[in-house]
Design a protein around this ligand. Sequence first.
Ligand code: GLC
Length: 532
Amino acid sequence: MSEAQWWQRGIFYQVYPRSFQDTNGDGVGDLDGIRQRLPYLAGLGVDAVWVSPIYPSPMADFGYDVADYCGIHPLFGDLAGFDRLIAEAHRLGLKLVLDFVPNHTSNQHPWFLEARSSPNSAKRDWYIWRDPAPDGGPPNNWISNFGGPAWTLDTASGQYYYHAFLKQQPDLNWRNPELRAAMHDVLRFWMNRGVDGFRVDVIWHLMKDPEFRDDPLNPAYRDGEPEVSRLLQTRSTDQPDVHGIIAGLRAVLEEYGDRVLIGEIYLPVERLVTYYGDNLEGAHLPFNFQLLHASWTAPALARLIEDYEAALPKGGWPNWVLGNHDRPRIASRIGPERARLAAMLLLTLRGTPTMYYGDEIGMENVPIPADQAQDPWEKNEPGLGVGRDPERTPMQWDGSANAGFTTGRPWLPVARDHAHRNVEAQSADPHSLLSLYRRLIALRRTAPTLQLGSYGLVGTAGEALIFMREHEGERFLIALNLGDTPRGDIALPAGETHGRILISTELDREESVQGGFWLRPYEGVIVQLAKT
Ligand code: GLC
């Protein structure tokens, strides 16, 4: 593995641009803000920055409704500013990955305006139009992911168009070769500007059942769940022919070499791993979101990791995601103690880690009063807890009025706890979560064993999860006590006599161990085993 790729060795960090750093006082983050904060990211030790959409957009879904794939929204800056951002990232040794949103456009995209103008328009077939059902209703039972029908009637033509998300986000028709060619050119446009790869939005949605058959009902649906859960999306998503489409995207990246293709995929593991492609010609990294849903007990995590490792195709590179802009914050999901263990787990597992901005300081979900809700999903289905604003609040840089994020009025409220939970304060505290992240990242950067070594489950001892990473004779034992009781009895694996604790999640222990060691409640350690 000496020729491992940068996206295998490296650590990814997601920036949600609206919330990272504002420089012009409008309360929304911008490209100049990201550029100003790059030294922070380089200092943290991450390798690649993925930036959520920055394209012109009416912002019905905060940029995931793209009105021009080859431009920059004036809120964020302009193309010259983008070029400055990427130049500075590269100067600091950071890769820059863009969000590519190919499943749908904005309904304000010129392509859709043209498609909608007439059934005979040259771009009509770039979108998905169907005649009404015999009763005049929608063509089938598909439900929008944000609630409500996934079909909207275009009264002028009498046809419905399909939208897996908002009605302002019409789905593109990837069966149309001209559309595919136009989208391939979008990828080239950005790679010509130096972009190092793409995170592809809802990639498992790109192809739909060619016959548009109904999705089956979900027998496990319970009242109070979002409406989309009523159906199993077996016809509207994850179609066999999506893999050819992804291979087509991958081939465009291969024209440039050394770029990464990441796919956003929410599917069970056995379906997820098909997105590597039959001959690994699919996504380099089909995002593995299992830690977003896991129950944080040692047996559950042990099984989940084992199942994932076992499901990977030969040569498929693993990856792990701890948070993103669509799911509750890790610190809120599992509590601040176990958030420290999550950091150690993420950065010691085999596979590329992806961090979400602010998780490195333990940012929590920020409650958003109903009248300040911004997220369209929350507005469509209020009160179910589907809203994504709580995990999208401004980055907490310091203890000043708006946490150093903006001089204006932030688009979402800044967390109350920013007075003490911020980058500045945690940088000064050698025991903070941020200090732990820095230490773990620094170790991973210098230890090929953590980047490339094999993974082996040693076992669980009560709530302690114990596994081994091994590479070229070097072995690290990682032991994480997820429980609230101390463990005095963690034995080194059979045949091992001694080792050295390199890092504890408490950042207060570096010591030799012989035969075994103890763990405090919610403590994790990385033990370098003595060479045999
Ligand atoms: C993805 C994005 C999410 C967005 C949706 C529709 O899931 O991560 O934020 O709302 O796609 O584009």
